[in-house]
Design a protein around this ligand. Structure first.
Ligand SMILES: N[C@@H](CCC(=O)N[C@@H](CS)C(=O)NCC(=O)O)C(=O)O
Length: 228
């Protein structure tokens, strides 16, 4: 059976979430580069997936959208023996899914809102929506910092779906709103995430594209040097 096709872009935080998961699960995908900035490609993609959002997984004639659903699908149908990102125990699975939602809705979404504001024709960010997104990030950082006290990963004892969501969302979010120095557990967690091999590989593959990230000025020099 052919591999499922992942329509993706290496710079996209949502796509990175699924790429990290695919590595952890040992799932083989055929990656199809998607440039939604190209109007023709965008229109063609919308005929396949009217919601117009990436990533999209296509397996034979079935389209599977939404990062968390794609990851659960990969775990069910394409994971190496024993590889898990959502625990089998229902209570543990619920905890993982909860923190995945927290990262998507309260880190990924405000980070995307800040990116979208910079992509507006005025391009200066600012404004009430911008302030709300920044406040949401700071509030979520505090929640995550509390959760991470004494823990290695966000939910449960092992790297999970929640960490797949957290890694790219936090990577870009801190470029806009740095972590407060008092959040030592969260800061250590971000370092741990970035050093984790599947995350490091996906972030590394995105390096050539960081020059197109509207918040690039806030990225650590480790990842983006404006002078090169
Ligand atoms: N809730 C969706 C979010 C998907 C999403 O926002 N994707 C972004 C890339 S990170 C996208 O397609 N943006 C292009 C656009 O909105 O036109 C998921 O988890 O898959």
């Amino acid at each position: 059976m052919p591999n499922p096709i992942l329509h993706f872009h290496p710079l996209s935080s949502c796509c990175q979430k699924v790429l990290i998961a695919a590595r952890v699960l040992g799932a083989s995908l055929d990656a199809q580069l998607l440039n939604l900035g190209d109007p023709v490609e965008r229109e063609a993609f919308r005929t396949l997936w009217p919601l117009g959002k990436m990533p999209l997984l296509v397996e034979q004639d079935t389209c599977i959208g939404e990062t968390s659903i794609i990851i659960e699908y990969l775990q069910c149908h394409h994971a190496a023996q024993g590889a898990l990102l959502i625990p089998q125990d229902p209570a543990q699975a619920l905890e993982v899914r909860f923190w995945d939602r927290v990262c998507d809705l309260y880190v990924m979404a405000p980070m995307q809102a800040l990116t979208a504001a910079l992509l507006q024709p005025s391009g200066d960010g600012g404004g009430a929506a911008d302030a709300a997104a920044r406040a949401m990030l700071l509030n979520t950082y505090a929640v995550l910092d509390r959760q991470l006290g004494g823990r290695q990963w966000l939910a449960g004892d092992s790297f999970s779906l929640a960490d797949c969501a957290a890694a790219p969302a936090l990577f870009y979010a801190v470029a806009y709103v740095p972590l407060p120095a008092s959040h030592t557990a969260l800061s250590a967690y971000v370092e741990r995430l970035m050093a984790h091999a599947p995350v490091a590989a996906v972030i590394d593959a995105a390096r050539p594209w960081f020059k197109h990230f509207p918040g690039r000025a806030g990225l650590s020099r480790r990842y983006y040097d404006p002078d090169t």
